[in-house]
Design a protein around this ligand. Structure first.
Ligand code: PGA
Length: 249
């Protein structure tokens, strides 16, 4: 039985004071849940958020890392820097990184390798643009994203990988993939992994859905057989809506 994950992706929102405010109320209201709860926040908040939540069932995760171990890369943050402040998980391949920061499958593959080498767990994002879906190319595109970045991994590496299927057309748009559309793609992803690594491994990989997850659609999405939780942007910024989404598990 795969344990569900509800992960917040705060993107470039919340400074230290705003993050603190959130945690004050969030810790107080956090319900008992079967899900793993994670919060992805900016580098400047990571250490403080980690310290604030260390006695609670909340994992603080990073939103990015650099692919090199160290070097003259002004402004960048390495895997070992994240590890040194207690971070165990990093989001890699978010569509905003792909789109606005030119992160190709090749770079993302390097990031995955570096993260794994440093014993970091990974939430790896994949998903098609609207143009891909309209051209009926969405399955091929998602398959190529998986193949190019992840299919050289060893079986044992997959213990450290969680996938997030995030159709780009549903991110921050208020438009959600229908539960059927999401389930269809999640099943496709699982079958693609099974084709490469076998059924047992594929059955254990957790695949989150992301793209306008809200309190009112979370329950139906999370009850689909191949949806193992959510990666939540906008609705994770408010304590009450994020709590409602956690309760939907
Ligand atoms: P959204 O973002 O929930 O605001 O659509 C999801 C994401 O980008 O991870």
């Amino acid at each position: 039985m795969r344990k569900k994950i509800i992960a917040a992706n705060w993107k470039m929102y919340k400074d230290l004071a705003e993050a603190n405010d959130f945690f004050t109320f969030f810790i107080d209201k956090l319900p008992k849940t079967k899900a793993e709860v994670k919060i992805g926040t900016s580098y400047t908040n990571l250490w403080h958020a980690f310290e604030t939540t260390r006695n609670y069932p909340i994992e603080i995760v990073a939103q990015n890392l650099h692919q090199e171990e160290k070097g003259a890369y002004t402004g960048e943050v390495s895997a070992s820097m994240l590890k040194s402040i207690g971070i165990e998980t990093v989001i890699i391949g978010h569509s905003e990184r792909r789109e606005y920061f030119g992160e190709s499958d090749h770079i993302l593959k390097q990031k995955v390798t570096t993260a794994l080498k440093n014993n970091l767990n990974i939430i790896f994002c994949i998903g098609e643009k609207l143009s891909d879906r309209k051209a009926n190319n969405h399955f091929d595109l998602v398959k190529s994203q998986l193949k190019n970045a992840l299919f050289d991994l060893n079986k044992k590496d997959w213990k450290h990988i969680v996938l997030a299927y995030e159709p780009v057309w549903a991110i921050g748009t208020g438009e959600t993939a229908s539960p059927e559309q999401a389930q269809e793609m999640h099943l496709f992803i699982r079958n693609t992994i099974a084709g490469k690594y076998g059924n047992e491994l594929a059955e254990n990989v957790r695949i989150l859905y992301g793209g306008s997850v809200k309190p009112d659609n979370a329950g139906t999405l999370f009850s689909q057989p191949d949806i193992d939780g959510g990666l939540v942007g906008g609705a994770s910024l408010e304590v009450d809506s994020f709590i409602e989404i956690i309760k939907a598990v």
